[in-house]
Design a protein around this ligand. Sequence first.
Ligand code: SME
Length: 167
Amino acid sequence: MHNYKPSSNLSKAALYAELLSQCRAVFAGEPDGLANAANLTALIYDALPNLNWAGFYFLRDKELVLGPFQGKVACVRIALGRGVCGTAAARQETVVVADVHEFPGHIACDSASESEIVVPLLHEGRLYGVLDLDSPHRERFDAEDAQGLKALVEAFLSCSDLSRLVG
Ligand code: SME
């Protein structure tokens, strides 16, 4: 079950559907939010092509604090409203950035990043943080990625206890 490799030549929708079913299997019966967050970043980073960073920031004391991730060392704290992550958290909506060099206030953690998508962690009206993906290619992310990642985030939030990760 845990040696997941996506089938080749899948459409983006099929790839996300396969990833969602794999996530549900990995999360089944496991409420630990930290463990599930760590596994979700590993599944995403392994399955989705053309990424150079995938990870979480959790909302702690009214700022975003780095959580489990795959990729290079990243900045630890991001204020709400700052960068792509802080913007998605403040607006409580997914932000897709085709070219990070054109996004005012973008926080460059890895100079290889060219495009980015940030999905807020929203569950039952509460904001828990964000899921952030970076790509070394411009225009890597689109509405299908936003939809697919939202479904993954919902599966993660609905079965994970995040009470020790946020505050
Ligand atoms: N680029 C993000 C910062 C986090 S790193 O990409 C990991 C931003 O502008 O918020």
